[in-house]
Design a protein around this ligand. Sequence first.
Ligand SMILES: O=C(O)CCC(=O)C(=O)O
Length: 280
Amino acid sequence: MKETVEIVPKTDEKPEVDLAFWEQNGYYVLPKFLSDEQVDAIVNETEEAWKNRRDDIVADNQIYSPTQKRVRNYLDRLSEEERTERYVMNDLFLVSDPVRSVSLDPKLVHVLRELLGTEPVLCQSLNFKWGSGQGMHQDTLYLPPPNERDMIAIWVALEDIHPDSGPLRYMPGSHNIPVYRFSNGKIRVIPGEVSGWDDHIAQHTEQMGLQEQVNHAKKGDVFIWHAFLLHGGSPIQNWDLTRKSLVCHYYSKSDLESVGGASQFDHGGYWWPRSPQLPR
Ligand SMILES: O=C(O)CCC(=O)C(=O)O
């Protein structure tokens, strides 16, 4: 018989939130916020999804893919050769109760609501087994919310993160860099115009004296960041080390509703029951 992990619901305890720290730094850490059982249930879910080649979950190969060919497909449609690459699992929250029970944990949603200043709605999730190797970026480049500032993200350590595995890095205070607009006046990246964004960010980080930091996370820690905080993956020093983590992005509920998106309530918060990303 398949063993099931029982997730004990948390109380509706409301932790104090230091808004002044958030406003100054654009990030927030909740150390040892989640139990090993909650975290292990998510890891188990990802492993089972790969083993069972689920036909309702989409994965992307990682940017340092040896073939340099971008793959996004349902797990059951990846060829044997494609399965040898490293992947990020997209939007597991759409089908996974363990992921929703963590990302919509009442205590966590309380903190997110305080930081965002309005009701959050879970709109995207990413499960990493390996470091991302991603350069410093702002999520608004790829996932611009309808109301530009109304987005918040969490990064959950699903194991103790080894310093050589490519931990999350971030730049405190960078959310206060003036917003960069591409030639159409918007914040979503226009691929041919990235150098303008690079120059703008380099100039302001220097002027503001901002310094990169590394999130040396332990299993169960939650790291929260502002829509405009610069962050990415540290270079991977040891390619054999896993770096299991869960990233979730939240828009505001009112914002989602303003563009016709309906949300559903589960555990302690709202999520957006949408279709998975399409294969490419
Ligand atoms: O986990 C990482 O290394 C980076 C994740 C990230 O940048 C993101 O999901 O926006």
